[in-house]
Each structure stands twice: as C-alpha cells, then as structure tokens.
Design a protein around this ligand. Structure first.
Ligand code: BJW
Length: 241
C-alpha cells in the first residue's frame, strides 16, 4: 500500500496535507477524542472548548489551556513533522500544509507557511471587542489575564465550537483544495467541520485522498487508500522523494 501511495505522491502536481491531533501524538501531545488518553476523556468539549464555558468558568478554562501550553513547550516536532517540512523545502510550491492543530509543532519543524485553521495555543487575544483602554500595557497578571482598566479578559487565540475559523486561513485552505490532485489526511478523526469538509471537497473534485491513521475514521469512506500506521512512522517513508 505505501508503495502505491509513494507513486501517487511522486506523480502529484499539487499535494495538500491536512493534519489533526494524531500528527502530534508521537511527540507526546494528547489527542482530543482517544478514549483512554484523549484530552476529552475526562471533560466534555462543551465544558472547556466553547466561549460559553470560558465566560462561565474563566479560571478553569484558562488553567486548562495554560497546562497544555506548558506541556507543549516541553516536547518537540516528531519525524512526521520534520518529513513534511523537508518535503516542502525540496519541492517548493508543490505542498500546502493545513493543520487543525494549535500546538505550533509544524511551524517549529520548519513549515513556516502552515495554514492553521484552529488558531494558536501559544497566543491570546481579547475576549470582548477591545476598548481604547485595552492595550498591551493595560494587561494585568491573573488567571485569566485582564485589562486593569475595564476588566476585559484575555482568552486563548484558538477556535472554539460555534466560532468562525479565521477567514484568511479557511480561504487559503479552500483554494489549495481546489487545485490539489492528491490529499493526505493525517491523524484526524474527521468529525469536526469545516476542516473535514475540505476532504469531501477534494474527493468530489476528483483528487485522490489518502487517510493515514492507525484507526478507522469518518473520512475513510472517501479515501482511495487508508494507511493504518502512525504518522511519525509513515510520513518519513512516504515523503522520501
Ligand atoms: C493517530 C496517531 C498517530 C492517534 N498517527 N494518527 C457540519 C456538520 C455538523 C456540525 C458542524 C458542521 N459544520 C460546523 C459544525 C459545528 C462544529 C462541528 O464540527 N461539530 C462537530 C463536532 C459535530 N464546528 C464548529 O463549530 C466550527 N466552527 C464553525 O463551523 O463555524 C461556522 C459557524 C459559526 C457560528 C454559527 C454558524 C456557523 C469550529 C470548530 C472548532 C474546533 N475546535 C477544536 C478546539 C481547538 C482549541 C483547543 O485545542 O482546545 O479543535 S475541537 C478539536 O477537534 C480541535 C481539533 O483541531 C479538532 C479536530 O480534532 P482531531 O484533530 O481530529 O483530533 P481527534 O482527537 O478527534 O482525533 C485524533 C485522531 O488521531 C484519531 O483518529 C486517532 O486514531 C488518530 N491518531 N495517534 C496518526 N500516532
């Protein structure tokens, strides 16, 4: 199977890679939905990854993100992240990398042009539209940080359920999907939209779709091939060209 996929990669004029949490699993970053170790094996998404949850329990949600930031700072990109970055520099213009991950590991591996659909764990922004008083100088310490004048809170700069994805990122991803002839879908359960919809679009347009995941996913039904291997094992083999 990997021989065939390697041939497809060699033939592809434009390759899109969409990654999810499984991409970083071998770096030691937990996925969301894995039953035993996933971030949501203990809490439901609604308790932590929505604006309503943050407004109701700002300290709890802030602390959860702070602990994830600290954990990600202690780990590094794995062989899969590095294989993607090296392929990109060997084949300029042939690969568009789109990630749902907020951990910054693709960027740290050298994939500077990664399209980040769900924001960045390492950044924060104002919760409510900033007033004139909300400046970098007005931020006072706390959990969460807040404006010492008006009390506006800082929140993680990630995309929660019910929020729009960054328009420029989504548009760039859609443009890349329109022109791709091969899409690799790596380490995502494929249940979150509009990211999963990008795979359906690629398939509908006639692009080949390859799912790389040790477990079955919702997107297998549109895949031309499923490679049941971990990302950090599989990608270095596939991307040798
Ligand atoms: C390995 C491995 C190894 C393990 N190697 N693999 C259409 C239909 C139905 C619902 C909707 C729809 N369109 C929109 C919605 C609503 C909603 C949605 O999708 N809901 C579904 C869950 C039902 N979407 C939204 O709300 C989005 N916004 C939106 O649509 O705005 C438009 C709008 C707004 C307002 C009104 C109307 C319209 C926003 C979605 C934001 C998602 N945010 C999160 C949290 C980010 C912040 C944070 O990190 O805390 O993003 S949720 C979470 O899921 C995170 C992830 O990026 C995302 C995807 O998860 P992922 O990456 O797939 O991880 P897992 O854990 O699910 O899977 C890991 C996989 O790895 C598994 O398959 C393993 O087997 C595998 N794996 N080890 C390779 N070594």
């Amino acid at each position: 199977m990997t021989g065939l996929v390697r041939q497809w990669i060699a033939e592809a004029k434009h390759l899109v890679v969409l990654t999810g949490a499984g991409m970083s699993a071998e770096s030691g970053v937990p996925t969301f939905r894995d039953a035993m170790t996933g971030l949501w094996s203990q809490f439901s998404p609604e308790e932590l990854a929505t604006e309503q949850a943050f407004r109701a329990h700002p300290q709890r949600v802030w602390d959860w993100y702070a602990s994830r930031r600290e954990a990600v700072a202690l780990v590094g990109p794995n062989a899969g992240h590095i294989a993607l970055a090296e392929f990109h520099s060997r084949h300029p213009g042939r690969l568009t990398l789109i990630t749902q991950n907020v951990d910054g590991l693709h960027q740290r591996a050298g994939s500077a042009h990664t399209i980040a659909l769900h924001g960045a764990l390492g950044e924060d922004r104002w919760l409510d539209a900033p007033l004139g008083c909300c400046t970098p100088d007005s931020i006072e310490p706390g959990r969460p940080l807040r404006c010492k004048v008006c009390g506006n809170l800082r929140r993680p700069a990630v995309v929660w359920f019910g929020e729009h994805l960054p328009a420029a990122a989504l548009e760039a991803a859609e443009v890349a999907v329109q022109r791709c002839d091969l899409m690799l879908v790596v380490g995502t359960s494929g249940v979150v939209y509009p990211a999963a919809g990008l795979v359906l679009s690629a398939h509908q347009r006639g692009a080949r779709v390859v799912v790389i995941n040790p477990e079955p996913t919702d997107l297998d039904r549109v895949a031309d091939a499923c490679v049941r291997e971990p990302a950090a094992v599989c990608l270095p083999k596939l991307l040798q060209t």
